[in-house]
Design a protein around this ligand. Structure first.
Ligand code: PLP
Ligand code: ZN
Length: 412
């Protein structure tokens, strides 16, 4: 039995039934927000009973916009580790630091949380093919879930997308179309292409309101792992800002259901070379202006124009009394090393939250008494060349036992 009751438009408030195949609001073109029967859900569903289900995104089925659970397409996504990092907490200067590692997802990034939902909806609506535009992670995730579901996949990526992400998408069987330009330029063309209705693909891109809902599971997992009490703050990387906006929605749902105490301050991490959401927050602007895209190693979060979603993320930061920071490539590399010192192998875009937290603490914007969760969004293998650039592989090759012993004695 589904508790999903349909969508309302965040701008004109028009409402739509749960079985409609929708992207943006047909009346005004703004974003749609999924609604649920929270009163019935609170009556019927026991929060602690959910904990006995398998630890995936689908543990939270009643809070996801699915009508037919038989169509669920899963690779065991979600339920990723939330690791306490005391040494790093001391080094940064906060009371408690927790690292939520989405590198542990099936395709190695956060995207599996949302693509599992859109692949499920594609099956519900009867589409033969998944499609998306992507800085690489969404593409490889869509490709994997299409393979799992027995569907086709077509993905559009910037020409300079990291090789491992492109290779992964192709390896899963997707048709990859490389497009000259940066992500926001490609996003505008991709949305236009979908709008022509000349292709019969299920759009898993930034306009899909079903897909977003998968990101709420960040809130549910973090709340459950911390004993149903919200942390003081969550720091999340943002391109469009979907994850941040949806984590905020998830915590508000939990409060409404009476399942979790408190709300976190939502804080965004972006790259200094391309951080329109952080810039709008720092300047106190009501609306986000697109920026020129500068060069950064954090290619997955460098969205020059975060569009309608970016505004939702900015609203969530303000509503939660959160903060924003943009970080340089050197600060991102430092964060990658910080994470490596805790045994975590995270791509540059996935490490920006830790870099941003260090900066926010140094600026006095985050207090030393806070309990903070940083979300790490992608594996180091996803942008492997960047990591390889940061190490030196020894030229010397030893041969035979004597040389090996010699090298061992030099090291000891
Ligand atoms: C590694 C990584 N982190 C963060 C993001 C940001 O996602 P969003 O702003 O859509 O929540 C992306 C998006 O591509 C990503 O690939
Ligand atoms: Zn509308």
């Amino acid at each position: 039995m589904s508790y999903f009751t349909g969508f309302h438009c965040v701008s004109c408030q028009a409402s739509y039934p749960p079985d409609r195949d929708l992207l943006l609001c047909p009346a005004c073109g703004n974003l749609l927000e999924a609604d649920y029967d929270y009163a019935r859900l609170a009556r019927d569903v026991d929060r602690d009973r959910l904990a006995t289900r398998e630890a995936t995104v689908w543990r939270w089925l009643e809070l996801l916009p699915v009508l037919d659970p038989d169509q669920i397409v899963t690779l065991g996504e979600g339920g990723t580790p939330l690791l306490r990092a005391d040494r790093l907490a001391r080094s940064i200067g906060v009371r408690e630091l927790w690292l939520k590692s989405d590198a542990a997802n099936p395709t190695g990034s956060l995207k599996d949380r949302s693509i599992t939902v859109s692949a499920t909806k594609a099956r519900e609506f009867g589409y033969p093919t998944l499609a998306c535009d992507s800085t690489g992670n969404k593409a490889s995730s869509a490709a994997a879930y299409a393979a799992r579901a027995g569907l086709g996949a077509v993905v559009f990526c910037p020409h300079d997308t990291p090789l491992p992400k492109m290779a992964q998408a192709i390896f899963f069987g997707a048709r990859l179309i490389r497009v000259r330009g940066h992500y926001s330029e490609i996003n505008a063309m991709y949305r236009r292409l979908i709008g022509t209705r000349r292709v019969k693909w299920y759009d898993c891109g930034t306009d899909n309101p079903f897909r977003y809902e998968g990101k709420k599971t960040y809130a549910y997992e973090i709340a459950q792992a911390l004993g149903w009490r919200a942390p003081d703050r969550i720091v999340q990387p943002a391109a469009g800002g979907m994850s941040l906006a949806k984590t905020w929605k998830g915590f508000n749902e939990l409060r409404r259901l009476g399942w979790c105490e408190g709300l976190p301050r939502m804080s965004v991490a972006q790259a200094a070379a391309c951080g329109p959401i952080a810039r709008a927050w720092e300047r106190g602007d009501a609306a986000i202006e697109p920026v020129e895209r500068g060069a950064t190693i954090a290619s997955a979060v460098a969205a020059a124009d975060p569009g309608l979603l970016g505004q939702r993320a900015l609203d969530a930061i303000r509503a939660s009394d959160g903060a924003a920071a943009s970080v340089t490539d050197d600060e991102i590399r430092q964060a990658m090393r910080d994470l490596a010192s805790e045994g975590l192998f995270i791509e540059p875009s996935g490490s920006v939250a830790v870099a941003a937290l260090r900066k926010l603490v140094a600026a006095g914007r985050v207090g030393p008494d806070e309990r903070v969760v940083c979300v790490l969004t992608g594996s180091g293998f996803k942008d492997f060349e960047r990591v390889a650039d940061m190490v030196t592989i020894p030229e010397r090759v030893v041969a035979g036992f004597d040389e090996m012993l010699q090298a061992a004695m030099e090291t000891a």
